[in-house]
Design a protein around this ligand. Structure first.
Ligand code: FDA
Length: 503
């Protein structure tokens, strides 16, 4: 406690005097002492996973919500001087809470005030500050044009900072790739407080920050992206089939076609256990929902489905025509007719999460959990994702990968049984998924696959355990970049890329 108190005092004094010297407002510094109520509410406002409220041993010494780059530089300066770890938070959706919890004294740089989005319709590009949410990005693009879009994630409250840093997969990714495939410039502040863009940071660092994960290399203030062209209207559908409606055979077939089908079509699959009067056991059944987007017209979609995936039995009545921006609401689960303004709401719903024969085993697992609490999301690869080589960006899941699976369970009353359940399911899946290494998507962060030492002196060998799962051999290049740009490992967390010098 004593250590934390003196660290807090020194750090806060340093920040305060730095801000005074540069005429910055003290109002963007929140501490438990100077403004306890605002500190708490700002801390909790982007707290995606309530599990960490009870399990996190430390609260941040301060939360700084910078309004310009010099306030970030001042924070970095004081953190280095007083050995305070920095956690950067954009949308706060990190699955392991790494943007707002820590085992050691730390401060949060919360990017919420840096969220300007400037669109250039002549070049079809946009500069997006990392404190923006995906909803704000989509809303702003749609205000400007009906035929421009950006390929990134489905949940509107996800932050640009973490999401773009780790990949960024969404409903038009089979046609236009993931977010990082469309980034063309960035502004980053390094551990020495230097600000650089693509030209001045060099191609190695620019490569690393497009998928190599947030935190490791510096604080990204903004990304410049190419916007993509889409039709004025798109088709969406959400067709569900239960076991009694042949779900097992349909899901089985989906695995063979979802990454090869027309790249304008993305068939995302959600599987959960639901209550149904028609269930063969009279109570619960498994439901497979095919939540899909087609960049084209119904007359083009139906023949594709009839030829490649007739088992689903898609008919015209299932298909809904809408604009791309309306489709972002559809996939985020908002009812038809919801105002686009909900995309500007930055607060996420928080919760506590973490061969046909093989499918039968998954069904059994899903039936063990409470109804509608556990869900598997299957997101197909292929299309544009496969046209980029594995080493083009740190995100390596390119040609040859069929789909990724997101395992999720939510609960309201704490009990170890849910985490045990998801760990058992994860082990059960081992024979059916990629091996050596068993791959993982960085944005679906999972500390179970390996973590760094709390003190920050993690060896290359130790970090390789999780690093190769996320990045395959790209991990080696990430380590080389880290060694060059941040040899003292100032920017670090439980799964940041270590420099070689820390061996
Ligand atoms: P957060 O602020 O927690 O940051 C995540 C990580 O990035 C932390 O380590 C943080 O320190 C670092 N970071 C943040 N801002 C930074 C900056 N400016 N500079 C440097 N480092 C920074 N993924 C996907 O691909 N497609 C999807 O559809 C979804 N959907 C989805 C829904 C929901 C409800 C959740 C909780 C998550 C997803 N995700 C997802 C995963 C999501 O992409 C991932 O959690 C991102 O890291 C979240 O970014 P945030 O900025 O919100 O998180």
């Amino acid at each position: 406690l004593l250590r934390a108190t003196s660290a807090q005092n020194n750090f806060i004094e340093c920040i305060t005097s730095q801000f005074q010297a540069s005429n910055s407002s003290q109002n963007v510094i929140y501490t438990p002492r100077n403004n306890a109520a605002s500190y708490s509410s700002i801390y909790q406002s982007f707290l995606g996973n309530l599990r960490f409220l009870s399990t996190s041993p430390q609260r941040p010494l301060a939360i700084i919500t910078p309004t310009n780059e010099s306030e970030i530089q001042a924070t970095i300066h004081c953190s280095r001087k007083h050995g305070t770890q920095i956690k950067v938070r954009s949308g706060g959706h990190d699955y392991e809470g790494l943007s707002y919890i820590s085992q050691t004294p730390f401060a949060v740089v919360d990017m919420r005030n840096l969220r300007t989005i400037s669109i250039d319709t002549r070049g079809n590009t946009a500069w997006i500050q990392t404190g923006a949410t995906l909803g704000e990005v989509y809303y702003t693009i749609a205000e400007t044009s009906r035929t421009l879009a950006f390929p990134a994630g489905v949940c509107p409250t996800v932050g640009v900072g973490g999401h773009f840093s780790g990949g960024g997969y969404g409903m038009i990714s089979r046609k236009h790739g993931i977010a990082v495939d469309n980034i063309i410039d960035a502004i980053i502040i390094n551990a020495d407080g230097q600000i650089s863009n693509r030209d001045s940071m060099g191609e190695d660092l620019f490569w690393a920050i497009r998928g190599g994960g947030g935190t490791s290399f510096g604080i990204v203030v903004a990304f410049k992206v190419n916007l993509v062209t889409i039709p004025e209207t798109v088709i969406v559908f959400n067709v569900s089939r239960t076991l009694e409606q042949n779900a097992t055979q349909i899901v089985h077939k989906w695995q063979y076609i979802s990454d090869k089908i027309d790249e304008n079509l993305l068939l995302r699959l959600f599987i959960s256990s639901v209550r149904s009067p028609a269930a063969s056991n009279g109570n619960r059944t498994i439901q497979a929902s095919f939540t899909s987007l087609f960049l084209g017209r119904v007359e083009d979609l139906l023949p594709i489905m009839e030829q490649k995936f007739p088992e689903l039995g898609l008919v015209e009545q299932d298909c809904i025509e809408m604009s791309w921006i309306e489709s972002t609401l559809f996939f985020a689960g908002f009812p038809n007719g919801t105002s686009l303004n909900v995309l500007l709401n930055r607060t996420q719903q928080n919760s506590r999460t973490n061969s046909e024969h093989g499918l039968q085993g998954i069904w059994n697992y899903l039936n063990e959990e409470d109804e509608n609490r556990a869900q598997l999301q299957f997101s197909p690869y292929g299309g544009a994702l496969s046209t980029v080589s594995k080493s083009e960006t740190p995100f390596p899941h390119r040609s040859g990968n069929i789909f990724m699976i997101h395992y999720g369970v939510t609960w309201t009353t704490d009990s170890p049984r849910h985490i045990n359940w998801i760990r058992r399911l994860y082990s059960y899946m081992a024979p059916f998924v990629s091996k050596s290494p068993r791959a993982a998507y960085f944005n679906y962060r999972d500390l179970d696959i390996g973590r760094n030492n709390i003190e920050g002196n993690t060896s290359y060998r130790q970090a390789s355990v999780w690093g190769f799962k996320y990045f395959e051999t790209n991990f080696n290049r990430l380590v080389r970049v880290k060694t060059k740009v941040d040899p003292s490992n100032f920017f670090r967390n439980e799964q940041s890329v270590p420099p070689l010098s820390s061996n």
